[in-house]
Design a protein around this ligand. Structure first.
Ligand code: EPZ
Length: 420
């Protein structure tokens, strides 16, 4: 298992480009199943999770490949016989594989997909995904750890989510586009990645309105055609890079971002004293002399994203004052706290709340990544910490960040990957 070694204390300067959005690429790759032929996607980030999704599609009989090792282009061909099944050994490594469920039932009338099971940050149930598919007429059976969903022909219906769920909204949307008649989905997730998926589906011939709001209406169509599309930039990676500028006392331009997708995190960085300005299709973050503590409450988009909570906690650990951080989305997303303690952070957990007392400085130490965004949080803290920080188990990081250590070293960080 690789580790990332950081020598802290360098202010980051320069320009860096955000990659394509992981959480848009995953549902969009799955949506290729809805059409016969080959779809081409550009700006697809080179991530372990994307590789897993391509593997899931190949296992079913699709031609799903990245054009070349270093290319950002992926093609998914759905031409021959498709076996509508996603096996446990793949789904357990990436729960977003469950996103093939909706397209498979809609297109092939049946699907057998392993229940994803929980992960480090929470139980991650899919009851709302199944509720939505049932509302469209699918028969759902759970046997031997698998969801077996069948439907001769899905019919439009009304779906009211009890919980706002990003992939639940995406799964049901992908099922409804080929259902007979009209579907109304209420209490939908409003994330930009949901909107991006709807944009791709409409380019394929779907008739979706309201994506990005909490009510989405879909008029089913008889068939969809393959698509060419460039994936939107990753707002969470971009936010992580802005925090790298802030925590290191630097001045960094993150290029190729959509600022309006990042309002909540930009506002918090400004509140903490950073200067953020739109520049050349990107966002520039200039760190202040003195970082101020700010309070964070994670909520669904357009609120503060849970995927940025660990990164802001690292920043707050060296800010002036006390920051109260409420994690409202996942039940176990504070696993970076004990590792930040090892670097000298002063953080107390009370249920879903973490109280962060800013300290003068952090000191480097060996720490262990526990999940994707925790890995990023520890690397950010390492940029600030005095001395050397070794972050182990960075396979977590590689699920969602494209060569982050190279991007940071391009900005002047003393950081390298070591084969463990
Ligand atoms: C998506 O996960 C993202 N992943 C997550 O990003 C992100 O943290 C999350 O949305 C919230 O923004 C992808 O898009 C691939 P949810 P998802 O369904 O869809 C509960 C990252 O770091 N819930 O919106 O799985 C659930 O337990 C990853 O990039 C149900 O109760 O999250 C959670 O408390 C981590 N029943 C809440 O809803 C359901 O059927 C939100 O989960 C579904 C969800």
């Amino acid at each position: 298992m690789d580790k990332i070694v950081i020598k802290g204390g360098r202010a980051l300067h320069g320009e860096v480009q955000a990659s394509g959005a992981k959480n848009a690429a995953l549902p969009i790759l799955a949506s290729a199943l809805l059409a016969d032929g080959t779809s081409t996607y550009r700006n697809v980030p080179d991530l372990a999770d994307v590789a897993t999704m391509l593997k899931v599609l190949r296992t079913m009989g699709c031609d799903a490949e990245r054009d070349a090792e270093t290319s950002d282009v992926c093609q998914v061909g759905v031409n021959g016989h498709i076996t509508p099944e996603a096996p446990y050994e793949l789904v357990k490594t990436m729960r977003a594989s469950v996103l093939v469920l909706g397209p498979l039932v809609a297109r092939f009338g049946r699907a057998r997909v392993s229940m994803p099971g929980g992960c480090a940050i929470g139980a991650r149930p899919i009851d709302q995904h199944l509720k939505g598919l049932k509302a469209l007429g699918a028969d759902i059976h759970l046997t031997e750890g698998y969801v077996e969903a069948t439907a001769k022909q899905l019919k439009g219906g009304t779906v009211n989510f009890d919980v706002i769920t990003v992939t639940g909204t995406e799964n049901v949307m992908m099922a409804a586009v080929l259902a007979k008649g009209r579907t109304v989905m209420e209490n939908c997730a409003r994330e930009p990645e949901v909107e991006e998926l709807a944009k791709v589906l409409n380019k394929m011939g779907a008739r979706i309105e309201g994506a990005g709001t909490s009510i989405i209406t879909i008029q089913g169509v008889d068939g969809l055609k393959p698509v060419e599309h460039a994936i939107l930039p990753d707002r969470i990676e971009a936010g992580t890079l802005l925090v790298a500028a802030a925590i290191s006392g630097g001045d960094v331009l993150v290029k190729r971002v959509v600022p309006e997708h990042m309002d909540a995190m930009v506002e918090k960085l400004r509140e903490a004293g950073c200067t953020l300005t739109a520049e050349g299709g990107g966002l520039r973050c200039k760190a202040p002399q003195r970082l101020e503590a700010v309070n964070i409450t994670t909520t669904e988009h357009p609120g503060f994203p849970t995927d940025m909570q660990a990164q802001l906690m690292a920043l707050m650990s060296v800010s002036q004052g006390t920051s109260v951080i409420n994690e409202n989305i996942f039940e176990n997303r504070f696993m970076h706290v004990p590792e930040l303690h090892r670097l000298g952070a002063d953080i107390t957990i009370q249920g879903h709340t973490a109280v962060v007392k800013g300290v003068k400085g952090l000191s480097g130490a060996p720490v262990m990544a526990t999940d994707l965004r925790a890995s990023a949080s520890l690397i950010l803290a390492g940029l600030r910490a005095e001395g050397r920080t070794d972050v182990s188990r960075v396979y977590h990081l590689d699920r969602g960040y494209e060569r982050l250590e190279r991007k940071l070293s391009g900005l002047g960080a003393d950081i390298r990957r070591e084969k463990a």
